[in-house]
Design a protein around this ligand. Structure first.
Ligand code: ZN
Length: 405
């Protein structure tokens, strides 16, 4: 059976694009593209057969299936040639029972998934192996790609440089001057990347890399490229696999631009659609207070229309309405409810899940998320990601250029 996957607009504009095409945004509406899989073809293999295949591949030495990402190759990029896969045996990270920490938090069964235990010390390896492998396949097919490039303040550039080095593909990294620690600089430099330090912030670097990658000889590796989501989504499959194919009640993960939460949702939904699991977990995103674009977007954008305020004054008015609708009083000591609190997690790149340890426990009255819960959450998650991007575009139009029609 041959399986297939392609790019498609997140808003449902017509058109499918090959994963081997150099395209980052929908040519019709300019929004994000996502990878879609031929689910009907995947359904021709029974859920039990998928589970057996994935379990058989754990710890296998046949390249590239020993990787946690490529062990699920048919669900990631099914058609890529194994010899073009660029892998450092990423994934299969440990999931441990944080018993004492769980007791402190009054969570009965708390587990920590160490997604950052990987080649460059970040979960970004899971996405970058997919992106660089696809580029490697394109080069093998004769596509004239000279380099891969990204803007980054650390982990992304480390991952891209490592996989670029493993594949022998030149890497260009744009970093904001004086905003990156020596520890974060070491990896791209040691892996032979061309490191450009610009007199700007991350967003300025992002604008520069988008300009440079308009020329298709240099391939864009930032998170708007949804190939990386396909690798990161294997984390949720791996969590369930490590619980003997049982689904945790909650998954809590840190979120920045929400690429990873999108990936988690996608992995769970794929398992659900293909019958490997019969319920979905609740997903909780925690944003650090000093890096909270989703929260700010939630406060300042119109949820119904998805529109963003065009000025600070509009934003302030929207924010007041939103806070009022949340029951957050303007005056101090009014007894009004406090706004949503942020939870700051110690380490970006790790995720924490709570799950039952034992199989088939009866009489558990804890509320369960139904399939429909995440079905409802999922478009919202993807829209949130879009809202963050639109909010950013409204505030910093100079960082964005209209797509070519
Ligand atoms: Zn579109």
């Amino acid at each position: 059976m041959s399986y297939n996957a392609w790019f498609q607009c997140i808003n449902g504009c017509p058109g499918q694009y090959s994963l081997l095409e150099i395209i980052y945004r929908c040519p019709t509406c300019g929004d994000l593209l996502e990878v879609r899989h031929d689910i009907d073809a995947l359904k021709t293999r029974a859920a039990g057969a998928w589970i057996k295949l994935f379990d058989d591949r754990v710890g296998q030495n046949v390249y590239p299936y020993g990787s946690g990402v490529w062990a699920k190759k048919e669900w990631v990029v099914p058609f890529i040639d194994n010899e073009n896969v660029v892998s450092t045996c990423e994934g299969h990270t440990n999931l441990f029972w944080a018993n004492r920490y769980g007791k402190q938090l009054h969570v009965e069964d708390l587990w920590v998934k160490q997604c950052g235990n990987s080649h460059t010390g970040s979960f970004k390896d899971l996405g970058m192996t997919v992106l660089v492998s696809v580029v490697n396949q394109m080069i093998a097919n004769g596509e004239p790609i000279d380099a891969v490039a990204c803007a980054s303040t650390g982990d992304t550039s480390a991952a891209l440089a490592a996989y670029g080095a493993a594949a022998g593909i030149p890497t260009v990294v744009f970093l904001p001057r004086d905003k990156v620690s020596p520890a974060q600089l070491v990896q791209p430099l040691a892996n032979g990347a061309l490191v450009l330090s610009l007199d700007t912030d991350f967003d300025g670097c992002m604008a520069a890399v988008q300009e440079v990658t308009k020329h298709k000889h240099i391939y864009l590796a930032n998170s708007m490229n949804s190939l990386r989501i396909e690798g990161q989504k294997t984390i949720s499959i791996e969590i369930v696999q490590q619980f003997d194919w049982e689904v945790p009640d909650w998954v809590i993960l840190p979120g920045g631009n929400l690429g990873n939460v999108s990936a988690f949702g996608k992995g769970f939904l794929m398992m659900y659609d293909l019958g490997l699991i019969s319920k979905l977990p609740r997903i909780c995103v925690a944003q650090a207070e000093n890096a909270n674009p989703l929260y700010l977007s939630y406060l300042t954008s119109d949820r119904q229309s998805g529109e963003c305020p065009q000025s600070d004054r509009d934003a302030a008015a929207l924010q007041r309405r939103r806070r009022a609708s949340l029951g957050v009083g303007a005056g101090r000591g009014s007894g009004a409810r406090r706004p949503h609190r942020h939870v700051q997690l110690p380490a970006y790149g790790s995720c924490v899940g709570s799950a039952q340890k034992t199989r088939g426990e009866k009489g558990d009255s804890r509320p369960r998320a139904s399939g429909r819960d995440l079905d409802r959450q999922w478009p919202e998650i993807r829209r949130s990601e879009n809202r963050v991007s639109r909010w950013h575009a409204a505030r910093y139009p100079e960082h964005f250029t209209k797509p070519a029609r």
